[in-house]
Design a binder for this molecule. Sequence first.
Ligand SMILES: [Zn+2]
Ligand SMILES: [Zn+2]
Length: 174
Amino acid sequence: MREVSFTAPAPAGIGIMSIGVPAGSGIECDVRLESVIEGVLVSGTARVRLEGECSRCLDPISDELEVDLQELYVYPETDARGRIVASDAEEDDEQRYVVDDHVDLEPLLRDAVVLDLPLAPVCRDDCPGLCSQCGARLADDPEHHHDVFDPRWAALGGLLGADADAPTDEKEEG
Ligand SMILES: [Zn+2]
Ligand SMILES: [Zn+2]
């Protein structure tokens, strides 16, 4: 059993459209490599930097993410001459192998990070986003509104107005 900690530069393209790990940023890995009969069991954590864009207001987001890594890398089957032979297991794309005494953590990390990313990242939980009519940032201007008369809303506006004027406690009136 061996424990290793290291920082490696992030490969390009870990992420989804709105948020991801900047290429070249440091990925801090703490992993444990355990020798088992079938191969090497890898477990540990990786900390990555995230950069993206708020899905509501489009402001830049910087964040950090820690993901768990856990995977069994199996020794590939070899023939009498030590050459790797194709096995049934190779049809399983998810199966990872020990290759030349190395385990490639990149695909494992890539999957772990992408699975943990928010599909719609926000700069803050209550980000009000942008005005649907003019695109103004509502966080800068909470009172922002447009006096646009739309007949489809007129009836609803009437209802809201009536509600506001109605007594909240009818018993009070007697
Ligand atoms: Zn936002
Ligand atoms: Zn507006």
